[in-house]
Write a protein that binds this ligand. Structure first.
Ligand SMILES: [Zn+2]
Ligand SMILES: [Zn+2]
Length: 239
């Protein structure tokens, strides 16, 4: 398995969030998970010999509930600023006006919020824009990858040649896939974001939904997924 060091998976019910820790003991919380993650985050940090205030930033790939369910807790616990694309505020608040088939996503989110009692809206403190260089984890560049949501972002570490790709795709042994249509609120932008990630050509990929933390394997699976997609879109229709 091949993955740069300093990445710690917090595995939740629906997907993963990550603690990124640099050589100085400064940490970034990349997404906050849905339910149950707070004690896992606390446990992991303790194992690393770090305290809550070691977390200097809460970085969000996007505002879906499985990535922001514990956001209010994380912000109160760490005191760290929340970084996200401005278009994600409505998702974080649970007020995004879903249309078309993605209305199902809105229904699921509303249900999840009611069951899990996710209440108060948490304001974004620092707005992200494509190309921003963040002084976190040795340098992370914001890569705007809209499609899944309008403000969906990945984060590229030049030091490790690694892209945290958010929900651009999910990487499981039997099932490497793009997010289902009902979960995508800007589907027209998906193809260009996939191309943008392909052109970036990072050696390592780490999505937020996967089976094992192996960044080289996720890159290979992403390539295979795009190659299959290329074949499907280029093959002539047969009568
Ligand atoms: Zn999502
Ligand atoms: Zn997700």
């Amino acid at each position: 398995m091949s993955t740069p060091s300093g990445i710690f998976t917090i595995r939740g019910l629906m997907g993963c969030c990550h603690l990124l820790v640099d050589a100085h003991g400064d940490a970034v919380l990349l997404d906050t998970g849905l339910v149950g993650e707070p004690w896992l985050i606390r446990w992991r940090l303790r194992r690393l010999g770090l305290r809550a205030d070691a977390i200097k930033a809460i970085l969000l790939t996007h505002g879906h509930l499985d990535h922001t369910g514990n956001l209010a807790w994380a912000k109160a616990w760490t005191g760290a600023p929340v970084y996200a694309h401005p278009l994600e505020q409505a998702h974080i608040n649970g007020s995004f006006p879903y249309t078309g088939v993605s209305r199902w996503c809105g229904r699921l989110e509303r249900m999840g919020r009611a069951v899990l009692r996710v209440g108060s809206a948490v304001p974004i403190d620092r707005f992200l824009n494509d190309g921003d260089e963040l002084p976190l984890w040795g340098g992370l560049r914001v890569v705007h990858l809209p499609g899944h949501t309008s403000g969906h972002c990945g984060f590229y570490s030049a030091r490790h040649d690694l892209l945290f790709s958010g929900d651009l795709f999910a990487s499981y042994f039997f099932n490497v896939h793009l997010p289902p249509a009902i979960l995508n609120s800007a589907p027209a932008l998906m193809a260009s974001s996939l191309e943008k990630a392909r052109r970036l050509n990072a050696r390592f990929l780490v999505p937020q939904h996967y089976d094992v933390l192996d960044a080289e394997l996720h890159r290979k699976r992403f390539d295979a997924l795009l190659a299959k997609r290329d074949r499907l879109t280029s093959s002539p229709s047969r009568c």
